[in-house]
Design a protein around this ligand. Sequence first.
Ligand code: UDP
Length: 254
Amino acid sequence: MARRRKVYEGKAKILFEGPEPGTLVQYFKDDATAFNNEKKGVITGKGVLNNRISEYIMLRLNEVGIPTHFVRRLNMREQLIREVEIIPVELIVRNIAAGSMTKRLGIPEGTALPRSIVEFCYKSDELGDPLVTEEHITAFGWATPPEIDDMMALGLRINDVLFGLFAGVGIRLVDFKIEFGRLYNEEEVRTVLADEISPDSCRLWDSGSNEKLDKDRFRQDMSGVAEAYQEVARRLGILPEGGPRDMKGPAVMQ
Ligand code: UDP
């Protein structure tokens, strides 16, 4: 295979130069991190599953008119995406209290929220992605007021679509994190969904038992991390051809 130029390497993904200008190849690794990089490990087969799951979700969102960076999946671990300028703000949408919200506000895990709640965090590994308000975002120029409106509106629409999609396969969408990018097209700039949506970035609980089917299993040293990701893919009907045997694993090493 021809050597490609690496554009960026993050914790769970690598971006390579794409085949045409304005495109990139997004490669999904098996590496997992938590607690701002304090915990590191490998979830064998995770990259293959997240590539599939994120593809599936981006396609469903595209079908209902939500703009994304996704073009097409290329192979087991790679997808072609449009190059965007990442907005340095993460959007978290919550339906049920969990994670940092339970700690910050003392709400017991599992409490249904009175309505979906949107939060913004500033993307900074050094600072641990702190929660910020619209005031910070506009004052420091991380995003413009129209971009904040786009992110809020798209985030809530994405939540509606995904909440229904997961409910249909017996999964509760507790919360999720998304990132947006600026897609430059001639004179126009559009806010589009970027990055990935997968069990790395969502909290997903089985509707009946509340069993965790996401990265919290890794964060909390629970067994069956890779199996949980596989279960999400299986329920969505998208296990790789040949089933899990197409992947190495499952196994969790730390
Ligand atoms: N999340 C993420 N990346 C981060 C922080 C959070 O994907 O750097 C996801 C996380 O998996 C969960 C949601 O965002 O689905 C809300 O996370 P929370 O703020 O509760 O933080 P956590 O407790 O995961 O640190």
